[in-house]
Write a protein that binds this ligand. Structure first.
Ligand code: DHB
Ligand code: FE
Length: 260
């Protein structure tokens, strides 16, 4: 970043914060409480959570636009490569309804993108992310897979229930203190990439989730909310080799060609 850019953006941030302090006549007690809070936020390692909840959605909108949304703080690189038929790594007794997500990776022009890579991750039904929080084994509900020659893929996982941010730290303390809830709608995370295209960072949500309109991270877009179809006939379960009802849904990811 150039000196000029830093002076412009940081200078404006400082000016606007000063304006807010002025407008709300912030006291010394409040100033010191804020300082103490920000120090504790860092000590707890929650700066990425704080910034991604309150600000990433704006950066994302400016830089990705339609079909994308925030990455959030819990992406972990080098997730295992999955083999056909794709099943996101999970415990034998993984909690949650079975979800079969099928779909395509297309260019924004509508052409299939053969061999596109889908890097996928989600929290478990108790809202814990593997490799981040205690509980799930390493790389639970994280995996990488490729679309086929027609840009198509299918993966089995669990339906993500409504999600709340990690609790017990400064972030929860702030949300409670302001009287705000800490929920996001249940979601699946993706980075979809292919040679010659801009990587697409996005999430998928599901109709009926009670937090679609009040996501604490402001990261829901209508084109990312999918309907779920329930399958509970013995024939359908048998055909899938499943002993319990399952849900299906489908989505088209659209990748933007580089330099264009
Ligand atoms: C945030 C985003 C997520 O997807 C998540 O699971 C947790 C936090 C965030 O915006 O900080
Ligand atoms: Fe998430």
């Amino acid at each position: 970043m150039s000196t000029e850019r830093i002076a412009t953006v940081v200078g404006d941030l400082i000016r606007r914060i000063n304006d807010a302090i002025d407008e709300h006549e912030v006291t010394y007690d409040e100033y010191h409480a804020a300082m103490n809070y920000l120090i504790r936020l860092g000590e707890a390692g929650e700066w990425p959570l704080f910034l991604d909840v309150f600000f990433e959605h704006t950066v994302e909108r400016l830089n990705q636009g339609e079909g994308g949304t925030i990455r959030g703080p819990y992406y972990v690189p080098d997730a295992p490569w999955l083999e056909h038929p794709y099943v996101l790594p999970q415990r034998d007794d993984e909690k949650g309804d079975v979800l079969i997500l099928s779909g395509t990776v297309h260019s924004t022009g509508g052409r299939p993108v053969p061999g596109a890579v889908l890097d996928m991750w989600q929290a478990d039904a108790d809202t814990y992310y593997s490799n981040v929080q205690e509980g799930p084994p390493p790389f639970n509900l994280r995996g990488r897979m490729t679309a086929d020659d027609n840009g198509e893929f299918e993966v089995r996982t669990i339906v993500p229930p409504s999600y709340h941010l990690p609790r017990g730290g400064p972030m929860e303390e702030l949300l409670n203190a302001a009287g705000w809830h800490d929920f996001r709608p249940g979601h699946l995370h993706f980075v979809v990439s292919a040679d010659g295209y801009e990587p697409l960072i996005t999430q998928l949500y599901f109709e009926g989730d009670r937090y679609l309109d009040s996501d604490v991270a402001s990261a829901v877009k209508p084109e990312l909310v999918l309907g779920l179809r329930k399958h509970d006939s013995p024939e359908e379960m048998e055909a899938r080799g499943l002993k319990k009802p399952f849900f299906t849904t489908t989505h088209e990811f659209r990748l933007k060609p580089q330099d264009g």
